[in-house]
Design a protein around this ligand. Structure first.
Ligand code: ACO
Length: 320
């Protein structure tokens, strides 16, 4: 039996910081509005492409795992903000780190990292791969209309990466659940793509738009449902969980989820104050922060869950 274990991790957040007070200088908003409604104090803004953030995070993850890029069997990169449609940006990361393996992007929006981790787990357990680089990376600031206060305050840029390796030691990814609810496709979107009329300048809109209150409700329900499902699948209960690493879209979403699941608040790892919502990157960045802070210890059980455009949802149980 092969197990899929996370053996390395790394993150890249760009140095430029945009605080809530900075936002007050150019749109009608305030720290007093943003902080209590979302938990966000600041976000990082990138002047380089998503693939560059991803490449730096990937190099850190390789170094932490103590492996060379040419040992990788696969690269799966989760992003909704690729710098190019063709080629996929996993191939750009591959070129930057010097790997020789299959490489592809997936777009499951904010659930993308857990979708990618699930694919990596299955790939390893089927015996097809031994060492996989999984990255979540976004440059959401590029897709924000900075004159619109509803979206401008929520998002940030960054990347996180993990190495998933086949091992004989029980643990690692214990199980995962993925879902998509297409009835909510229109409540969170950026319509950039071949569906646009490229001859009509008014249709050339690739900015992110959403219905925040509808997403809020569906995010709590979707993450709760898949978290329960993955616990049942792994014959575990909420009392077995040492840490919850949720997607960081809004601290109030996390609080509501944790409350409904009857899990103590101290078990939720929340860092949205520093980064805002970095979509597919929130979970691997949070894993890195939690490890840097010495929170996660060997053999502890982590429940991770996410929700995003699609409407995708995902949950995974990981034994560290
Ligand atoms: N600053 C000041 N006022 C604002 C701002 C802002 N940045 N944004 C909106 N407002 C105003 C609105 O115009 C509205 O004013 P009105 O009552 O005069 O019309 C008022 O504040 C209330 O707006 P609501 O939309 O009702 O605010 P709400 O409490 O729902 O909070 C929020 C909005 C934070 C977006 C919340 O709905 C939310 O977190 N939703 C889920 C997260 C989300 O949508 N994330 C997008 C990505 S999805 C994902 O990652 C899963």
């Amino acid at each position: 039996m092969q197990y899929a274990t996370i053996t390395g991790w790394g993150k890249c957040v760009p140095p430029a910081i945009l605080t809530n007070h900075d936002l007050e200088t150019f749109i009608e908003t305030s720290d007093e509005w943003i902080k209590p409604r979302t938990g966000i104090s600041q976000r990082h803004i990138s002047h380089v492409n998503t693939s560059e953030l991803a490449s730096v995070a990937a190099k850190h993850a390789l170094a932490a795992a103590g492996i060379e890029a040419n040992e990788l069997d696969m690269i799966i990169l989760a992003t909704a903000t690729a710098d190019t449609l063709i080629p996929n940006i996993a191939s750009t990361v591959q070129a930057n780190i010097g790997a020789h393996c299959p490489a592809f992007d997936i777009n499951a929006a904010c659930s993308g990292f857990l979708y990618a981790l699930g694919l990596a787990d299955s790939q390893i357990k089927s015996g097809q791969s031994k060492k996989i680089l999984v990255v979540g990376a976004e440059r959401l600031s590029f897709f924000i209309d900075w004159s619109k206060r509803d979206t401008a305050v929520l998002f940030g840029d960054g990347a996180g990466a993990v190495i998933v390796e086949a091992t004989d030691t029980p643990g690692g990814v214990l199980g995962y659940e993925l879902n998509n609810d297409p009835t909510g496709r229109d409540i969170l979107k950026s319509t950039f793509g071949t569906g646009m009329n490229k001859f009509d300048p008014d249709s050339l809109n690739f900015f992110i738009e959403f219905n925040g209150q509808e997403i809020f409700k569906r995010a709590v329900a979707g993450m709760g449902k898949l978290s329960t499902k993955v616990l049942e699948k792994c014959n575990m209960s909420k009392d077995d969980i040492d840490w919850v690493i949720p997607h960081q879209a809004n601290e109030r979403i996390i609080d509501t989820l944790i409350h409904r699941m009857k899990i103590p608040k101290e078990k939720a790892i929340v860092n949205i104050a520093n980064y805002g919502n970095t979509s597919a990157a929130t979970i691997p960045i949070t894993i890195c922060d939690a490890l840097e802070q010495g929170k996660i210890k060997p053999n502890q059980i982590i429940l991770s869950c996410a929700f995003g455009a699609g409407l995708t949802s995902a949950a995974a149980l990981i034994q560290w």
